[in-house]
Structure formats: structure tokens, C-alpha cells
Ligand binder design. Structure first.
Ligand SMILES: [Mg+2]
Length: 161
């Protein structure tokens, strides 16, 4: 029920070819600790390049984040992707808005994020393919520390900083 379809250390470790082979051409991507550390404001070159190459190959990407509007919109602008801040993941409303924005069928969309109980659970509730990444750093929104405790119970072998 809770398990993701795939694990990856970072988003840029997922080959575009693999997603294409699975029929995926849309991505709903988390921000904090998936694309960059909670306290960071500069994206890693690897993620900028991964997203640029994804666009070149025809992927569509929406950023879906529980963080506040100013931070989410500024990072989304650096990546040239649409964004939905204050998403209240794992509730389905934000995911459904993202699906609408991508204008594709659900089986063509993958959710990528570092949290089991927001990104993966919310994606699964909406019938989407899910990829769980390793969190970039330990710090995150306050509620996340609470979720991390249960993640450790569910995924005892997972690497978490
Ligand atoms: Mg996150």
C-alpha cells in the first residue's frame, strides 16, 4: 500500500529513457529535499540539466510543494516549470490540480519526492506512479520530522541524513 514503485537517490539518477519506456511523459516533482535542501536556494547543476533535458525530450513537469508561495515560485522559475505551492500533500487536491495542469492521463504521470507520507502516499491515492528519493538534508518543514519517525519504521534500511 505505502511502497513507492521505485527508489532513487536523487531525481537526476532517474534516466529519462527509463521513464519513456514506462510510458511516462509527465512529472509531479516535490521541492524541499527532493530538488534542493530545505535551507538552500541554489539548485544543483545536475538538477537544472536533468530538467532541461527532460523538457528537450518532451516531458512536462509541475512542481508540487507544501512550502509557501515565494520560495516555490522562485525555484520553479529557475527550472522553467509550473508550480503549485501550499499543496497540503498528501491530500489529493494539489495532485489533481497538477494532473489537470499536465493535461495527460494518470498512467503517464510519475510523482517524485523524498517523503513517504506526503509525496508517495498522495501520489498513490491518485493512482500515479511514484518514485521515492533520498532526502537531501535532515532539516525540513516542522511536520516532516513527525512523518520521518514513521518513515524509519516503514523503511528501516533507507539512507536518511
Ligand atoms: Mg520534500
Amino acid at each position: 500500500m505505502f511502497g513507492p514503485n521505485r527508489f532513487a537517490p536523487r531525481l537526476h539518477d532517474v534516466p529519462h529513457e527509463e521513464l519513456e519506456a514506462a510510458g511516462i511523459r509527465g512529472l509531479i516533482v516535490d521541492l524541499d529535499n527532493t530538488l534542493l535542501g530545505f535551507r538552500e536556494t541554489e539548485l544543483a547543476r545536475e538538477h537544472l540539466e536533468w530538467v532541461a533535458r527532460a523538457h528537450d525530450r518532451g516531458f512536462r513537469i509541475v512542481m508540487l510543494s507544501n512550502n509557501f508561495t515565494a520560495r516555490v515560485t522562485s525555484i520553479a522559475a529557475q527550472l522553467n516549470v509550473a508550480c503549485i505551492p501550499n499543496a497540503l500533500k498528501p491530500l489529493p487536491f494539489g495532485f489533481l490540480r497538477a494532473v489537470q495542469a499536465l493535461k495527460m492521463r494518470r498512467r503517464e504521470i510519475a510523482v517524485v519526492g523524498d517523503q513517504l507520507f506526503t509525496d508517495v502516499l498522495g501520489g498513490k491515492l491518485c493512482g500515479l506512479y511514484t518514485i521515492l528519493t533520498e532526502p537531501i538534508e535532515a532539516k525540513d518543514l516542522a511536520l516532516t520530522s513527525f512523518f520521518r519517525f514513521f518513515e524509519r519504521l516503514m523503511l528501516p534500511n533507507r539512507r536518511v541524513p
